[in-house]
Design a protein around this ligand. Sequence first.
Ligand SMILES: [Zn+2]
Length: 70
Amino acid sequence: MQDGNNVVLHEFAHQLDQEDGKAEGVPILNSKSNYQLWSQVMTIESQQLCDNIHRGKPTIMNSYGATNPA
Ligand SMILES: [Zn+2]
């Protein structure tokens, strides 16, 4: 509870991602424009996470989250 790790949230994210049978980091969304928005947001946030980890800044997600966009 105090270490900032939550395996349930991690595995829940996998369930949302794999609802379409693929593990590529994209959940089922309800429109084509939402896929474009998802991609834009995830690209920015993934890069920010990687940058913060490389700079030693504190992050909400641990460094494992920067090993793969999915
Ligand atoms: Zn995982």
